[in-house]
Write a protein that binds this ligand. Structure first.
Ligand code: AHR
Length: 505
């Protein structure tokens, strides 16, 4: 059996985990909203048309913030279309995903949905076809108490109290030529600055996210971040990162190492932010909002060109049928985010329902969990407090794009208030289980509460409408603690959650 050693020390804290690192994303895209969260004639629909079965699965995920309404969609969106009496709302040609948008769900409905889902809204403004005026009006509509045109409009629409939306994204992926209103870094930087300025004048308490690169492979990365931040540094609080990984070549060893690239991406953006900080002689720290991340490629393999599809009111797009190996990479990506939680304050798994999502719905039928649901649920429920720096001594392997990939990927969180430690650990080894000795320096008197294991006899196993519980985690993993040495067996190719609690005296 292979062996590894990991040292955690109570004093070696990476940072306080902002719970918004477990955020998610819902876009007007495919069946995310319509027949996803909203299906008025579904037997489980509530009085507003929201599916209660979906709400229940979202609440169990413990998602603290959900980005809305896009995504590429937002760059052609008129927010005014989605407020006021539903029968008066226009039907529009939605150009990003080639849909007919009825605007049955708009900002107020989404705020209502978020309340029911026990979450909060992260709003994106359109800096593609629109700009400063629409953005500042939307902040006024949502956050100003009353006595002005837009705040009173909200009240007329039945929302007496302001929505108090705290986090706002300044457009989406403006570096990509697929984006409606694509811009150069200079053009976007100027517009983002001016929009940010007036949005904060309307409500100084909001936090703003500047749109960073759509991915580390973009030719403009990281010059884009440097130029955009040069314009916006004093006004924004976060810069966004997006990344999706796939495994079309079926090279699993290489695929599950891609979280290392994600970490490099984070480190490069931190360096770029800090370069601009130094250039500006600023004391302010801008942080990261990793507001789109996930595995996405199964649906691409269908080879459909979305722009060549007929116009449709509701069409399935990017409905990934995830398989077990995807859950392992998602676990590694969650660990990567936690390992940088001192700067990654917000992150959104993209997306939440139907579209590249942990939850799938059947129109008129059930809602079920994809395999990627589970590692996210574990992290969002148990990964709180501070993250501890892992010192890992693990056997390693080489793959097509990576050298020295540690078989063991891990991070631990310590919740002092609750007296709880959670060790998250992935064994990337496809062949062998691994014995890992975790030395927990500075932690005395802890006992193992449970060791949850997510493993599979088939790396291509997934959950389906007919077999919604085909691949589920189980308890009863092998972990024991003596003094401050925790010894665990991590089964081959598995995600592990080892929960410890301080013994009561
Ligand atoms: O999440 C799906 C799409 O991916 C989003 O609309 C866009 O921002 C990204 O390219």
């Amino acid at each position: 059996m292979k062996k590894a050693k990991v040292i955690y020390d109570k004093e070696f804290v990476i940072g306080q985990i902002d719970k918004r690192i477990y955020g998610s994303f819902l876009e007007h895209m495919g069946r995310a909203i319509y027949t996803g969260i909203y299906e008025p004639d579904h037997p489980q629909a509530d009085e507003m048309g929201f599916r209660k079965d979906v709400l229940e699965l979202v609440r169990k995920l413990n998602v603290p913030i959900v980005r809305y309404p896009g995504g590429n969609f937002v760059s052609g969106y008129n927010w005014e279309d989605g407020v006021g009496p539903k029968e008066k709302r226009p039907r529009r040609l939605e150009l990003a995903w080639r849909a007919i948008e009825t605007n049955e769900v708009g900002i107020n409905e989404f705020v209502e949905w978020a309340k029911r889902a026990n979450t909060s809204v992260m709003m994106t403004v359109n800096l593609g076809t629109r700009g400063i005026d629409a953005a500042r009006n939307l902040v006024e509509y949502c956050n100003f108490p009353g006595g002005t045109y837009y705040s009173d409009l909200r009240r007329q629409h039945g929302y007496e109290q302001p929505h108090n939306i705290k986090v706002w994204c300044l457009g989406n992926e403006m570096d990509g030529d697929w984006q409606i209103g694509h811009k150069t870094a200079y053009e976007y930087g100027r517009l983002a600055r001016e929009a940010a300025k007036v949005m904060k004048w309307v409500d100084p308490s909001i936090e703003l996210v500047a749109a960073g690169s759509s991915g580390p492979k973009m030719p403009t990365f990281p010059e884009w971040e440097a130029i955009v931040l040069d314009h916006t540094y004093d006004l924004v609080d976060y810069v966004s990162l997006h990344v999706y990984y796939g495994n079309p070549e079926k090279d699993t060893k290489n695929f599950v190492a891609k979280s290392l690239e994600m970490e490099e991406f984070i480190k490069t953006v931190i360096s770029t932010i800090d370069y601009v900080k130094a250039k500006k002689r600023s004391k302010k720290v801008v942080n990261i909002s990793f507001d789109e991340w996930n595995v996405w490629y199964h649906a691409h393999l269908e080879g459909k060109d979305e722009k060549a599809q007929p116009w449709a009111r509701i069409r399935a797009i990017a409905e990934e049928d995830y398989v077990f190996e995807d859950a392992i990479l998602v676990g590694c990506m969650l660990i990567a985010l936690l390992k940088h939680c001192d700067r990654v304050r917000i992150a959104c798994m993209a997306q939440l329902v139907n579209v590249i999502a942990p939850i799938t719905t059947v129109k008129g039928g059930i809602a079920y969990r994809q395999v990627i649901y589970y590692p996210f649920m574990h992290a969002a429920n148990y990964g709180h407090g501070v993250a501890l720096l892992p010192k890992v001594n693990s056997p390693k392997y080489d793959s097509k794009d990576f050298t020295d990939v540690p078989y063991i990927e891990t991070v631990a969180t310590y919740n002092e208030e609750k007296g709880e430690i959670t060790v998250f650990a992935v064994n990337r080894d496809l062949e062998e289980e691994m014995q890992v000795e975790f030395k927990l320096d500075g932690f005395e008197g802890f006992e193992v509460v449970e060791h949850i294991v997510y493993e599979s006899d088939d790396i291509y196993k997934g959950n389906t409408q007919d077999k919604p519980d085909n691949a589920v985690p189980h308890k009863g993993g092998s972990s024991k603690i003596e003094g401050n040495i925790l010894t665990s067996i991590l089964p081959k190719f598995s995600w592990n959650v080892i929960r410890l609690k301080k013994r009561e005296n």
